[in-house]
Design a protein around this ligand. Structure first.
Ligand code: ZN
Length: 236
């Protein structure tokens, strides 16, 4: 009898341990990403404590952002027309200095390595650059961001290749990674990047707009099967 009880307790402990250590399932991934809306290219609206937009481009409707994160000065990321569509009187824009100088309002200039808190949201500024092409050279000091929403650390990589710094980002819950190739990582390079970052969920971006297609997103998901959960968002 005692043996049976011990076995029972051990088994239930074991099953809990297995559940706890299991990779994020579809349901958990759905929950983790339900506040993340993709508007194409690198444009995300992330809701939670605050409304955060990243690299607004070709926005279909007006909105009011609390925070706008801009990764670099290229027109498809630092688009002042699109920024105006979501910029209210209290909106804080975070951008590298060459983009910031094109914008007005409350703009915070940042460079890789900076850490700041905006409207109660912790933001880390991380490097983003090319290693095998010249569109985004390291000396431009362009960036990606890690920010915490609803207790989840979200990383948006910006226009980047697979760079060594990706190994040192710390715990990442959700990684938003470019997959199109040409100006940024290919899907295959993004798979290697995701393995370095090891997020709970990876979301492909930077396709279907300027360069790249859904095939790049599928190849990215295929390459990470059984290793990192991938969620391909529907463009809203
Ligand atoms: Zn770019």
């Amino acid at each position: 009898m005692v043996n049976k009880i011990i076995a029972l307790v051990f088994c239930s402990f074991l099953s809990v341990a297995i559940i706890c250590s299991a990779p994020a399932g579809a349901e958990e991934v759905g929950k983790m990403t339900e506040n993340i809306h993709w508007f194409g290219h690198d444009t995300f609206k992330i809701t939670g404590e605050k409304v955060i937009f990243t690299d607004p481009f070709k926005l279909k409707k007006r909105d009011t952002a609390d925070i706008i994160l801009i990764t670099h000065e290229h027109y498809d990321h630092c688009s002042s027309d699109d920024i105006k569509k979501i910029q209210g009187t209290a909106t804080v824009i975070v951008a590298p200095s060459d983009c910031a100088s094109k914008l007005s309002g409350n703009v915070k200039k940042v460079k890789p390595g900076d850490k700041l808190t905006v409207n109660g949201i912790d933001i880390e500024v991380v490097p983003a650059y090319n290693t095998n092409k010249q569109f985004h050279t390291k000396d431009r000091n362009w960036v990606g961001y890690i920010f915490t929403v609803n207790g989840q650390r979200i990383y948006i990589a910006g226009d980047t290749d697979h760079i060594p710094e990706m190994k040192t980002l710390g715990k990442i819950d959700i990684a938003l990674l470019p997959v199109s190739g040409t100006y940024v990582m290919t899907a295959e390079e993004a798979v290697q990047a995701a393995l370095d970052i090891n997020p709970k969920v990876a979301i492909p971006m930077h396709y279907n707009s300027i360069v790249g297609t859904e095939k790049d997103a599928s190849r990215f998901a295929e390459g990470l099967k059984g290793k990192v959960e991938v969620k391909i968002l529907q463009e809203e």
